[in-house]
Design a protein. Structure first.
Length: 173
């Protein structure tokens, strides 16, 4: 009888965990060993599941507490082994809790340097949460974990210094 109860308990636990695992696709999970300190890990969402060779929408989030200075330029640096593609005409910058769209002035994609540069029309005030929405993005051809680093440039920087904000650790299945 005791064995039967143990088997039922273990089976129930395993079955209860399955929906939680499948519904979490496209969201960052628990990262134990990444080399990136937990306070530097940024949140993201992949709207269409993050499957290889599929089209997706990346929602790269930056909390307001990470933006201690106003922002006039976002730089997203990604690894050289990421072979996905971005549609620069389908990138939006959303600011604050109301997710107000800002008209983007310009988006530059340096394919050789593996960098996306986003220039909002107006500087984004310090302390505002931001979502960089990369729509119509083609995921890479092979699964893996990709570290996208976020850097910012503030208005009035005389030396055009970019500052590290954090890293999105993106998993593609």
């Amino acid at each position: 009888m005791r064995r039967l109860l143990s088997a039922v308990a273990v089976t129930g636990f395993l079955l209860a965990g399955v929906p939680a695992i499948t519904s979490a696709q496209g969201l960052p999970g628990l990262t134990l060993f990444s080399g990136v300190k937990s306070e530097n890990q940024l949140s993201y969402r992949l709207d269409f599941g993050g499957q290889t060779r599929d089209w997706d929408r990346y929602r790269l989030r930056i909390p307001g507490k990470k933006l201690k200075m106003a922002v006039e330029k976002f730089v997203i640096a990604y690894p050289d082994y990421y072979d996905g593609e971005f549609d620069t005409g389908e990138i939006e910058i959303k600011v604050g809790s109301k997710t107000t769209k800002l008209a983007k002035d310009e988006v530059k994609w340096d394919k050789q340097g593996k960098v996306l540069e986003l220039y909002p029309k107006e500087a984004i005030p310090a302390g505002k949460s931001v979502e960089l929405q990369l729509s119509n993005t083609r995921n890479p051809d092979f699964p893996g974990t990709f570290y996208f680093n976020c850097l910012i440039q503030s208005p009035g920087d005389k030396t055009a210094l970019t500052r590290y904000v954090g890293t999105w650790i993106i998993s593609i299945n």
